[in-house]
Each structure stands twice: as structure tokens, then as C-alpha cells.
Design a protein. Structure first.
Length: 489
């Protein structure tokens, strides 16, 4: 059964997005997957076997792929074929129940991806789709063309309907036309609506999930999403892949869902830590979100570096310190931190136009657990461990306050933790500034999490510390008593 389904259960909770088919095989086989366009063999049992790995990384929840049966090559879970049958490639109902129970027994939560905009991949799949096996359950070309769309696609006839969205800024087209030819469900049809709401309820009642991640949010009416969220009875977070906060906010303010994946912040972070824009770009986005979103909503937004639809970070920049800074921000800033599987192993991926290459199998990495705090696995692990050592009110559940901002420096405070980042990169030399507004009393010893044995200082009068960053490194400062024990600490 579900153990914690409210938004407050998910606020600022470190969540690991794993593509079930690409995370871990149940038989332990670690050979490369030769065809990334088809199933590679990851299963729910495989994920269960790697929960120790995730807990060592500091993960507090997992987000798994949609669980229903899919049409051919639907390894990602987004081409549903049946609302009631599980995907046999991922395992059995017993396997899924075992995974959910094992996650819950460790005090972790389970989020599952859901799709209610479409079924199948192409119109030819419709006769095989249960329970929507004929065209009456889907939007057709008449509606699409009336909305000004449908010029892309081959059109509709007695057997095929292929009318695509032409203008993705046109809200009506997005509602009634096809997204890249995916058969577009008509949620106003009473059978479609009832079946989808029943599906949402079963995720909690039968499988015990604690949250849902909703796919393709702008392509379905907001009032339906509100019913869907209510039917699920769990926390909902939706994909609204835009840089426009206003568009994201409308789904939250209307009650359609509790939160959205934080694409506006992602684009600001990419500008700063990939394209090296001035830090004012990030400060502006952070301030805009804090001003726009209702109280507490920022803590539920899904902050991320990578996902299954975008290029992986090592593909975007070869600069290791820029990558570490990007990741450090998402894990320490106010919001729900999302880690995309393989991010910790720095899988290379490719451009976002080659999506399958950004969904490579994780198992060839042998699930390395390099503890070095300057590597990506170690960086993520150390930050997540600090979140547990520092009282929640002093870090993980604290509001974010802006510190120093200049073109090449960004400092912010969360409770009793201070984060300092630069966009200079590995070849950017050194930067040093005396920063005030720190949360500790004068004389308190604070240390850099990534080098606590040799990078400590006492807070000066006026609540000031010296922030010195060399070679693009990020730093996370906390009181010495919260530093890790052991070699190098």
C-alpha cells in the first residue's frame, strides 16, 4: 500500500528517475545493449536488486517508467497498449509489488510515470489497444483542422487518422491534434474519461504508488488533469516542457496538479553552466519563481539536470566543474531534486534529437560507487548525505535566500547551509570575495563539504565568510560538526 502520498511527503525529496528497461537486469547480466530502439532487458526485479546502490547515493524516492503494456518497441513506457495489463517485459505483478514493498521498507517512496494524452505509437496500433480499439475514442482530423492544425501528417481516411500539431504555441491545436502522430485520446468521451480515471485510481489502490509523474500535460485539458490527480489520490507532478513560468503556474494554481517539472529553471541553469551567461540570468529566474508561485510551491518543483527527452550534461559541456556546479545547484536549491539514472556515472548520451542514445543501459558501468567528492557520484552522494546530517529545518526544508550575485559568482543560503558557485569553469582561474549575510554567528567554524579536512574557516564579525573558488569548483559550506567523518575529512 502507499505510505506517503501528500505533497508535503515529496517536498524537497531526492528522487531518482530510472527507465525500468535501462536501469538493471534481473539476471545481473552487464553486457552492452546493442539496439537502443528496442527493449534491453531491465526489469522491476533488477531495480529491486540495486536498491542498496540507490540508498548509498542518498536517494529518497524512485520514479519508474509507466507500468502498463506497450506496443512493439515501447521500452520507455509511453506507447501504451492496455490500461489494465502490466508490461511483461518489466516483470509480473508479483515483481512490481515486491519492488514497491522493498522501497517502502527502506523508508523510500515510489513515483510512477503515467500517460493519458495518447495510446500506442501510430494509428495502425489502434485496433490492438485496450479498451480504446476504434477511432471514436480519439480526436480526428476534423477537430484538428478546425483548430488550424493537421498540415503535418498524411491526413485522415476510412482507416487512418494522421493529423499532427503544427503550432505548439497554439493551445487548441495541442489539445485536439496529434503529438508526432501519436493517437490522441478524447478525454471528453465518457468511456475514455472513466477508464483513465479508473487507471489512475488503480495505481494507488492496487500497486501502492505514492506519486505520479504526468506526461505531456499541455496536450490535455487542465480540468481533466484535476480529475485525474484527484482520482489517483497521490502527489502529482507534470511535464510542461516550456521556459515560461506562467504556463507552468496555471496548472498548479488551478489545482490540475500539485507541481511541474522545473523546465524554466533548467533553461536558466543551462544558460549559466553550459553557455556561461552571467549569473544574473539564474538570479532573475530564481527571483521570478519565488515571486510568482504560491507559498511553498517552489519546494515541490522538480529541479533536474537531465531527463529522457534531453541531451545528457556531458554531451552539452566537457567542463567537469561546470557539470558539478549544475548538479550541485539542483541538489541544494529549494525544490524536489531529480536525478536521471546514469547522471551519477556521467553517461555521455547524444543530442536531444537522438533520444534513444540518451537512454543507454546503466549496467555496463558496473554500478561504480566512486566516493571521491570531486567525481560526480561522490558529489551527489556527499550532498545527499549532508541533507541527512543537517536538521531538515536547517537545510532540506529551509527556504532559499539569495546571497552574493555577480557575473561569475552565485551564492545562496538555505537555513544553515551556504552554496557558492561560479560559471568560470575549469580554466577560469580563481575567484574570491568576502560575503556577508551568512547564517552563523561570528566564531563558528564552517567547512567546505567537498574538502572538509583543509578548507575550513571561522565566521567573521558581520556574519561574513571568505568565498574562494579555484578552477571553477563548487563549494557547499556547513558547520564543522556536520562534516563527514573518515579519511580526508
Amino acid at each position: 500500500m502507499s505510505i506517503c502520498t501528500s505533497p508535503d511527503c515529496w517536498r524537497n525529496r531526492v528522487t531518482y528517475q530510472l527507465l525500468t528497461d535501462r536501469f538493471a537486469r534481473g539476471d545481473g547480466n552487464t553486457e552492452e545493449c546493442e539496439d537502443l530502439t528496442d527493449y534491453c532487458g531491465g526489469t522491476w526485479r533488477g531495480a529491486l536488486d540495486k536498491l542498496d546502490y540507490l540508498q548509498d547515493l542518498g536517494v529518497e524516492a524512485i520514479w519508474i517508467s509507466p507500468i502498463i503494456a506497450n506496443v512493439a518497441k515501447g521500452y520507455h513506457g509511453f506507447w501504451g497498449q492496455s490500461l489494465t495489463d502490466l508490461n511483461p517485459q518489466f516483470g509480473t505483478a508479483e515483481d512490481l509489488h515486491a519492488l514497491v514493498h522493498a522501497v517502502h521498507s527502506r523508508g523510500m517512496l515510489v513515483m510512477v510515470g503515467v500517460v493519458a494524452n495518447h495510446m500506442g505509437q501510430t494509428w495502425e496500433d489502434v485496433p490492438s489497444i485496450s479498451p480504446f480499439s476504434n477511432g471514436s475514442f480519439y480526436h480526428g482530423c476534423t477537430e484538428c483542422k478546425a483548430a488550424g492544425g493537421g498540415h503535418n501528417g498524411t491526413g485522415c481516411n476510412a482507416t487512418v487518422c494522421d493529423c499532427w500539431v503544427d503550432d505548439y504555441d497554439d493551445a487548441e491545436q495541442c489539445l485536439v491534434c496529434q503529438l508526432f502522430g501519436l493517437p490522441d485520446l478524447d478525454q471528453d468521451h465518457p468511456v475514455v474519461r472513466a477508464e483513465l480515471l479508473g487507471y489512475a485510481a488503480r495505481l494507488r489502490e492496487v500497486y501502492g504508488v505514492d506519486a505520479i509523474r504526468i506526461d505531456t500535460v499541455p496536450y490535455v485539458k487542465g480540468e481533466f488533469w484535476e480529475e485525474f490527480t484527484n482520482a489517483s489520490g497521490v502527489f502529482s507532478i507534470g511535464e510542461v516542457s516550456t521556459s515560461n513560468d506562467t504556463k507552468c503556474l496555471e496548472y498548479i494554481s488551478s489545482g490540475a496538479m500539485h507541481a511541474t517539472i522545473n523546465y524554466p529553471l533548467y533553461y536558466a541553469l543551462a544558460d549559466v553552466f553550459v553557455s556561461k551567461y552571467a549569473m544574473g540570468r539564474l538570479a532573475g529566474e530564481v527571483a521570478a519563481q519565488r515571486a510568482a508561485y504560491p507559498g511553498g510551491a517552489v519546494g515541490l518543483l522538480g529541479n533536474f539536470v537531465e531527463n529522457h527527452d534531453l541531451a545528457r550534461l556531458p554531451y552539452l559541456t566537457k567542463d567537469r566543474q561546470l557539470r558539478r556546479s549544475f548538479v550541485t545547484y539542483t541538489l541544494t536549491a529549494e525544490g524536489l531534486p531529480l536525478i536521471y539514472y546514469g547522471q551519477e556515472q556521467e553517461l555521455l548520451g547524444a543530442s536531444k534529437m537522438k533520444a534513444n542514445l540518451n537512454r543507454e543501459a546503466l549496467w555496463p558501468t558496473q554500478f561504480r560507487q566512486d566516493p571521491s567528492p570531486t567525481g560526480m557520484y561522490g558529489t551527489i552522494r556527499e550532498i545527499n548525505a549532508l541533507r541527512k546530517r543537517v536538521p531538515a529545518a536547517d537545510f532540506a526544508q529551509a527556504a532559499q535566500e539569495q546571497g552574493a550575485v555577480r557575473d561569475d559568482l552565485f551564492v545562496f543560503v538555505r537555513g544553515k547551509v551556504v552554496v557558492a558557485l561560479t560559471n568560470r569553469g575549469e580554466d577560469g582561474g580563481a575567484i574570491s570575495e568576502l560575503v556577508d549575510g551568512m547564517p552563523w554567528a561570528a566564531g563558528t567554524t564552517v567547512c567546505n563539504l567537498f574538502s572538509p579536512a583543509c578548507d575550513c574557516q571561522q565566521v567573521r564579525e558581520g556574519f561574513r565568510i571568505q568565498v574562494s573558488l579555484s578552477g571553477g569548483e563548487p563549494k557547499v559550506f556547513a558547520e564543522q560538526r556536520y562534516m563527514p567523518a573518515g579519511p580526508g575529512a
